[in-house]
Design a protein around this ligand. Sequence first.
Ligand SMILES: [Zn+2]
Length: 352
Amino acid sequence: MKKRLKIDLPEFIEIGDNKLKNLFKILLFHRLKFKKVLLFGDSKTFLLGGETIASIFKKEKIKIFKHLISNSDEENVKNIKNFIKEEKPDLVIGFGGGKVLDVAKLAAGKCKTKFISIPTILSNDGIASPVSVIKDKNNIPISHITKAPHGVIVDINIIKKAPIRHIRAGVGDLISNLSAVFDARLAQSKGIEKIEPAALTLAEAGPISLLEFQNRSIKNNDFLLCLAHGLIKSGFAMCIVGSSRPASGSEHKISHSLDYLYSPRKTLHGEQVGIGTIFTMALQGNEYLNKVKKLYAQIAFPQNLKHLDITEDEFIEVIYNVKNIRPERYTILEDKKLTPKAIKKIIRKVKL
Ligand SMILES: [Zn+2]
């Protein structure tokens, strides 16, 4: 008999309009019991809806403590972890973007406290994943595996208020799965790694839906729903394998290499992996490349090295430095050992 995998998945997902207003009911519906809640956000998200969340709990006579997270570094994770240990809440809620969710998720995971993820932007696939990206002492983002959020609540009314650039970045992070899944299957075909096929199918389902989407107005409700569902499926795929593998391949290596060589950066993670995807897809001969370029053009997604603020020669450096990033993860970049001339040829071909 096939051994059943023990998968750490979120217990519930709620996506739609006015979810914040109904937060208390949603938590009760999912049988959560709590007397004391810690709410993490930042100065912007507290104005956007954090105060509303606090007032909902106060009205129900539940103790709620608000706390600001300013940066997603090791120091902040340590402070938040100590804070959770001292206060001993039954529930931790993260209300914010990547920084807030990553710190709160990792700290709550370390304290074995239930964590509810309420994103205010959809800029990456960390909203439902077991991965937290935290900056180390040298300001380099490092991925940590932790417990998946207990619940994920996406309020489309809140997401609509996010800067359009963050939504675009979310598209880039989701689309990058197509490159990552190709790499995972390549590693599997070479007998180097075995990756759950269901996780790979789940990881590519979101971006394929997005490519087939007819109305590509980025703030259109249906587009945002499609993006949210895709990012959550991506998180689930990572939960199944217990690593970022289904959503992170050669294109993420390029982005990490860029962070390593040329930090601090002004570009968002989703923009970096989204641009990296154009390069890796060309290298892979990936069947989705043309559709991806068309989607990028329609939503004004940045498509060149200029946006990354690096020259062609610096990009070649980035590609050569990839060998220092997760060497155990086999991708198209390890498969094709590129010469500077070959790299330049691809840059020209895809007009990077
Ligand atoms: Zn990513």
